[in-house]
Write a new protein. Structure first.
Length: 147
């Protein structure tokens, strides 16, 4: 299936956060409820403004998946759970690599599906951190695209 990549307006940030939360709840089973509550306002008020955002929308123009890129690093890629497995993640990743020149991604090691997704695409782990960027005990795989 062919998807159209679109920009995201600041007025749509709450919709983006809703997709983020639904995706995290479906894939990040290792996170505690207080972690989601901690990250949610950071995503909305800080992180979205720090990246170049793109999305894919459904037929009703609702955002169903999005990505954020900064300095050739894929900072975020989240798909609403009811749209997983339909090629949206691959379409967004292809766009990030081909158009936004992504070379790196940091992935929660405990999100094994995401680690596998990036490995399948050609990313390899070059380093790891025991803590995430906020100092929380969620190990991160630092991956780089090997083409």
């Amino acid at each position: 299936m062919k998807y159209r990549i679109d920009t995201i307006n600041k007025t749509e940030y709450q919709e983006v956060v809703n997709v983020w939360e639904a995706s995290v709840r479906a894939t990040h089973h290792f996170l505690k409820e207080e972690d989601i509550a901690y990250f949610k306002p950071l995503i909305l008020n800080t992180y979205l403004d720090a990246v170049e955002l793109r999305c894919i929308r459904n037929e009703a123009e609702k955002i169903i998946g999005f990505l954020g890129v900064a300095d050739q690093n894929l900072e975020m890629l989240f798909i609403h759970p009811i749209y997983r497995g339909k090629g949206i993640g691959k379409a967004l990743l292809d766009y990030s690599v081909n158009e936004l020149k992504v070379l790196k991604v940091d992935v929660n090691e405990q999100n094994e599906q995401a680690v596998g997704f990036y490995k399948y695409y050609g990313f390899e782990t070059i380093n790891r951190s025991e803590l995430d960027a906020c100092g929380k005990p969620y190990p991160i795989s630092h991956m780089e695209l090997k083409k």
